[in-house]
Design a protein around this ligand. Structure first.
Ligand code: 5GP
Length: 117
């Protein structure tokens, strides 16, 4: 069940500010408030999806395509494509997901280190 009071839903509604780097009909992307890398962007769909599984199961084809087309644009705009970056979608309790609105972390700008530490 999607919780419309989660912090990213509030950012989408404009109730809380964010450091926006990109927006279109399908996504909003903004800087993580506690960056773990020189570039740390969160990409979120505008639709109400609680996690990766909810999004990939219930979002329309247009929403899924829009999301991933935006990811490639954002990564290019942020200058992290050439040297590479890490994308992470934490999911549920074991995945360590804190905010229950689907989001993809884009981490780059320096070597990110071991996949899991
Ligand atoms: P998760 O653990 O759910 O994958 O990641 C949630 C991320 O959201 C964390 O990296 C955290 O720093 C970030 N975050 C939490 N609250 C806010 C906020 O109010 N604004 C921004 N920009 N990022 C937030």
């Amino acid at each position: 069940m999607y919780d419309p009071k989660n912090i990213f839903a509030r950012i989408l509604r404009g109730e809380i500010p964010c450091d926006k780097v990109y927006e279109d009909d399908f996504v909003l992307a903004f800087r993580d408030i506690a960056p773990k890398a020189p570039v740390h962007i969160l990409v979120i769909p505008k639709g109400a999806y609680s996690d990766l599984i909810d999004f990939s199961t219930h979002a329309s084809g247009a929403e899924i395509e829009g999301f991933f087309r935006a990811v490639s644009k954002i990564a290019a705009e942020q200058g992290i494509v050439g040297d590479g970056f890490r994308s992470i979608a934490n999911t549920g309790d074991h995945g360590g997901q804190e905010v229950p609105h689907f989001h993809l972390h884009l981490l780059g700008g320096a070597p990110i280190g071991p996949m899991v530490s």
